[in-house]
Structures are given as structure tokens and as C-alpha cells.
Design a protein around this ligand. Structure first.
Ligand code: SAM
Ligand code: SF4
Length: 421
């Protein structure tokens, strides 16, 4: 979402004469787009701001702005940092040109971080960087208030863009040469427009000529409709990949998290998805060490992950976020060592499962959307399978954005290796 928002910001700034430059040293203005979901995201940003201190001293005119969720959440606290001149929240990017200008001309500092119920930036065409994937935000904000999560406070109320505006943006991305779009929302299943539901929207996106692949993230497990499963199953260019965040496998913890589903309902949904979409790649998010989580309750999460055997998983330690329901109601009482121990056990389990699953694909033929040269092997190309796994193979004459049919010869827990046929 931040990559998408950065593309909107580039587009908002371009008509005012701002251009991207290659290094911080050359820049007159540095804008840092931030995340607030976990504490380590904060630490990274403060580390980066500290690194900018010498430049601030050297340069006469130097404006540093912090954008995004951390800006929305911390406001004055961020402005107190000696290098920061501007703090601008996710719904206020339109005011950036004026604020920057003012800061350059009169050295003013400023905060604009008022959440809006309406802002969707739908009239702004994002200035995307090159690549094969175009992120397309179909909605902004979130109304779910999962108790651990800061997003409803930093991105505000949920609002959907119109089907017509989204289709215009997808057509523009296709015309600009992007073969893949990824539709983004905090809970895509609650997308709603008078012209249709998320299932209606994704089908219309898949029908846009020259769009070879459609991905989406994330659906919430509490309301996964059958027509979406049918849409994925029926459309060859909608990738067979569903990212379904479980968070925890114990019902008491799921209740405290405010997730609105039980373990049994989640497992039933995962089985329904696998039944309706044969070969689907199912991935998830997990939080370990939510307040009061016992070892026994953690083991239930372990068991669900073992039984469901996700293709891959993002696993996080619970990170208390200021202002969230959990931070007000519960003490962050699982000791750091226990959080570490639990996350390591889940990493090990998932690594074993992902390795087994990837090894089972040795010998198969995968359709790979080529992204470019492989980073560590310049004579190889890298791309993604339909399910989203990274595939590396000796370079073909095909350019990024084309498809290669790759016979898989080797596999690790994260990557498939093969040769193009
Ligand atoms: N809207 C998505 C959903 O509900 O599936 C999730 C978006 S959130 C930005 C991405 C992931 O970050 C969540 O699924 C959750 O696992 C993790 N996360 C959110 N808040 C967290 C917290 N306070 N501590 C640790 N992980 C957190
Ligand atoms: Fe956060 Fe829950 Fe909304 Fe996802 S659905 S963004 S976890 S509040």
C-alpha cells in the first residue's frame, strides 16, 4: 500500500517541478513513507532519520518529510526530531506541494494529518516505477478494529473506489506495459460499490485486455464469499493464490483479537478454498505472543499450521501499538524470550512444510512471469509462478513481462530452480 501511495505522491509532486534523484546527497527534499504496524518499522525509520542528521547540517535548504502511518500516529512526536520539517498523514498528500514550498521558502515546519472519510485519490494517476506488477488500491482504511492493529487509527474509515475508476486505472497500467495487477485493500471482501462486489470487480479486471495476471491481498477469513472462489477458479488469469491471515489457532486468543472467526471456521474455509481451486497456493499471517497467550494455546496455532500446511507464512511477534484496543485492555505480558521461542518453532515448522511442498514440484512445468535478471546470478532470470513462488532459471531471450515455461529441477523452502523449455 505504501508503494502505491508513494506512486501517488510522485504524481502529486511532478506538476510542481519536483523530480526524483538518485541519492540523498543530491536531494533537496526527502520524503520517507512509513509503516506503523510493528515497533521494528518505527525503529528503522528513526535509524534512517538519524542517518540524515549530517546532511541536514551540511545543506542550506533541506526538507525532510515523514509520510504514512507513522506520521499519522506520532504527529508532534516526529516533528520533534531535529531533521524532520513535515509530517503528513495518508489522507493529506494533496497538501504536500504547498507544505514543501513553504518549508523551502520560509523554513516552516508543519503537520497535516487529518483523516478523511472520503479521500481515495481516485482522480490521480499513480506515477509507477518500472516493473511487471502494478499495485492498485481498490479501497482505503479499515473498519475491522482487530484489537492488535493500528491500521484503523492510521488509515481511517474504510472507503471503496468506484469500479469505473479502478478499471480506468487498470487499463492505463495495461497500456503502460504492466502485465500484472495486484488489487489492494485491508479487507478486499468488504469492497462495495453500486456497480458490484469484490468478486464482480476482479472478474472485470481479469477481462481487461493485456492483463495477463491478477492478484489480490488481503481477504478477511470472516467473510469469504463463494462467488469469489468461483471467479478465481473460472478465470485462468486470476492467480491461484489466496493469502488468508489466520493470526492464531486458539479460539480464546482469536476472540481477544476480535477476529470474528473460530479455528474450526478458518479450517473449514481453508478446506473449501482448496476443494474449489485445485492446486491453490494458500499463505497466511500469524502473530505469536498475543497478551495472555499460554504455551498450550500457542501449541494449538502450531497444530493448525502443521495440519493445514500453508505454502508459506509471515510470522510476527506481537508488538503492542499505542492506542489499539489490545494496548488499552491487556498487558503485553508474554515474556520476550517466550515470543522468540514460539516464533522460532513456527519458522522451523513452516520452513520444513514449504521445503516439502516445493520439493514435490520438482519435475513440474511452471508458468513463470519473468521479472528480470536474478540478483545473485546475472546470467539467470527470476520470476514468479502462478502461486507466487520465486523461480530462478538460466536467462532466456525473453524480456521481463513475458512468460517462460520452466521445468523445475531443484527446490528450497523459498525458491524453485529450473530451466525454460
Ligand atoms: N488487513 C490484513 C488482514 O487483516 O489480513 C492485515 C494487514 S496488517 C498491515 C499485516 C499483518 O501484520 C497482519 O495480518 C498481522 O499478522 C500483522 N500485525 C498487525 N498488527 C500487528 C501487531 N500489533 N503485532 C504484530 N503483528 C501485527
Ligand atoms: Fe488491521 Fe484487522 Fe483491519 Fe487487517 S482487518 S488492517 S488486521 S484491523
Amino acid at each position: 500500500m505504501n508503494e502505491y501511495d508513494s506512486a501517488l505522491v510522485r504524481s502529486i509532486l511532478a506538476p510542481h517541478g519536483f523530480q526524483s534523484c538518485a541519492s540523498a546527497q543530491d536531494a533537496e527534499v526527502i520524503l520517507v513513507n512509513t509503516c506503523a504496524v510493528r515497533e521494528n518499522a518505527y525503529r528503522k525509520i528513526y535509524g534512517l532519520l538519524d542517518k540524515l542528521r549530517p546532511l541536514k547540517k551540511q545543506k542550506k535548504s533541506f526538507v525532510v518529510g515523514v509520510l504514512g502511518c507513522m506520521a499519522q500516529n506520532l504527529k508532534e512526536e516526529l516533528l520533534a526530531h531535529p531533521v524532520v520539517s513535515l509530517v503528513v498523514g495518508p489522507d493529506n498528500y494533496r497538501s504536500l506541494p504547498g507544505l514543501i514550498e513553504q518549508s523551502i521558502t520560509s523554513g516552516d515546519c508543519g503537520i497535516d494529518a487529518d483523516l478523511s472519510e472520503y479521500e481515495t485519490y481516485s482522480d490521480i494517476a499513480p506515477a509507477r516505477v518500472e516493473g511487471v506488477n502494478a499495485w492498485v488500491a481498490i479501497m482505503r482504511g479499515c473498519d475491522n478494529f482487530c484489537t492488535f492493529c493500528v491500521v484503523p487509527y492510521t488509515r481511517g474509515r474504510e472507503r471503496s473506489r468506484s469500479v469505473a475508476d479502478i478499471l480506468d486505472e487498470v487499463r492505463a497500467a495495461a497500456a503502460a506495459g504492466f502485465p500484472q495487477v495486484t488489487l489492494l485493500g485491508q479487507n478486499v471482501n468488504s469492497y462495495s460499490d453500486r456497480d458490484g462486489s469484490f468478486a464482480d470487480l476482479i472478474v472485470r479486471v481479469a477481462d481487461v485486455p493485456a492483463i495477463r495476471r491478477v492478484r489480490f491481498t488481503s481477504p478477511h477469513p470472516k467473510d469469504f464469499p463463494d462467488d469469489l472462489l468461483e471467479a478465481i477458479a473460472a478465470h485462468p488469469n486470476i492467480c491461484k493464490h489466496v493469502h488468508l491471515p489466520l493470526q492464531a489457532g486458539n479460539d480464546r486468543i482469536l476472540g481477544l483479537m476480535g477476529r470474528n472467526y473460530t479455528r474450526r471456521e478458518f479450517v473449514g474455509l481453508a478446506e473449501r478454498i482448496r476443494d474449489r481451486i485445485p492446486g491453490v497456493s494458500l499463505t497466511t499471517d500469524i502473530i505469536v505472543g498475543f497478551p495472555t497467550e499460554t504455551e498450550g494455546e500457542f501449541l494449538e496455532t502450531f497444530k493448525v499450521m502443521e495440519n493445514l500446511a500453508f505454502d508459506s507464512a509471515f510470522i510476527f511477534k506481537y508488538s503492542e501499538r499505542k492506542g489499539t484496543i489490545a494496548s488499552r485492555k491487556f498487558a503485553d505480558d508474554v515474556p520476550p524470550d517466550s515470543k522468540t521461542d514460539r516464533i522460532v518453532r513456527l519458522f522451523d515448522l513452516q520452513k520444513r512444510i514449504s521445503s516439502d511442498k516445493n520439493r514435490a514440484r520438482i519435475g513440474s512445468l511452471e508458468a513463470v512471469l519473468i521479472e528480470g535478471p536474478a540478483e545473485k546470478k546475472p546470467d539467470h532470470q527470476v520470476g514468479k509462478s502462478d502461486g507466487g513462488t520465486t523461480v530462478i532459471f538460466p536467462a532466456t531471450p525473453e524480456a521481463p513481462g513475458s512468460f517462460a515455461r520452466v521445468r523445475i529441477r531443484e527446490a528450497s523452502s523459498t525458491t524453485l530452480y529450473g530451466e525454460a523449455m
